[in-house]
Write a protein of this length. Structure first.
Lengths: 102, 177
């Protein structure tokens, strides 16, 4: 029976990160792109936890806390921007926001 | 043994949720896929003895952040068809090629044994137990400055969101179309 090492979790995190990155690249809905960014952040969190376990220190879990806080702040501001854009332009598609003017 | 079973189940759950987020046509399904991925990850955190992180993951992410996502989806509406054709020429081919090169390079490095995740001492390190007490002690002694800065960051984010939400009432732009 194979033993699950931190490397397994690292691999899972890498696959999850690539999945999120693919989503950011291929989706056009700003909301879904945001969710994909959240996936990428979670992949990094998993890496932190696994690395902290491999090193036998608690600092990895502390780092996850700070990532969580930054992610929460990012979601709040990002969704506010999306809502503000939607009220003005009636769209959440990033392709239709190509012109950098109000 | 138990860890292997949980890793396989929850890893599959995480990836299924992630694939749903990326591929679902309906943003609500994307949000629910994200929920599945987040909860599966929380279980994985518990297996890694990151108890407080797992709890915060469920409360903050699956609770607050996902509710916010669903609220905005309902606010904006979900019926609009998404055009997934690429407007930047060569972007997809370039990214696919680059990803292949990176993946092959990583595979070569791993197969040659450059990256092993066994600790340097040779024996398995003790898994740090992330209880509330341990993590809180660490946060409020070593990282207390970081905690204060994140408090400031959250305040700024809240104020910024309020400013964005009430922007149009105060300053109506003359170039409004």
């Amino acid at each position: 029976m194979p033993v699950v090492t931190p490397g397994w979790y690292m691999t899972l995190a890498a696959v999850l990160f690539v999945l999120g990155m693919t989503g950011v690249l291929i989706r056009r809905n700003a909301l879904v792109m945001f969710m994909c960014v959240e996936l990428m952040l979670n992949a990094v969190n998993l890496t932190f936890v696994a690395a902290g376990r491999a090193a036998g220190v608690l600092d990895g879990q502390v780092a996850v806390f700070f990532v969580l806080v930054v992610a929460a702040a990012e979601v709040v501001v990002g969704l506010a921007i999306i809502v503000a854009i939607f009220r003005r332009r009636e769209t959440a598609s990033v392709d239709e926001l190509a012109a950098l003017r109000g | 043994m138990v860890e292997l079973v949980i890793f396989v189940l929850m890893g599959a759950g995480t990836l299924a949720g992630g694939v749903t987020v990326v591929l679902a046509r309906n943003p609500v399904r994307s949000a629910l896929g994200l929920l599945g991925a987040l909860v599966s990850l929380a279980v994985i955190y518990v297996v890694n003895l990151a108890h407080l992180v797992a709890a915060v993951q469920v409360v903050v992410y699956a609770g607050a952040v996902l509710t916010l996502f669903l609220f905005v989806i309902m606010f904006i509406g979900v019926d609009r068809q998404e055009d997934t054709s690429e407007t930047i020429p060569l972007q997809r081919k370039l990214v696919a090629g680059l990803a292949t090169v990176v993946a092959l390079g990583g595979a070569v490095l791993v197969s040659r044994g450059r990256f092993t995740w066994t600790p340097a001492s040779g024996e398995a390190a003790e898994i740090p137990n992330g209880t509330v007490q341990a993590l809180g002690g660490e946060l409020f002694t070593t990282w207390v400055l970081g905690v204060e800065v994140t408090a400031l960051l959250l305040t700024i984010a809240a104020v910024g969101a309020i400013a964005l939400a009430f922007h149009r009432r105060s300053a109506e732009s003359p170039t409004e179309d």
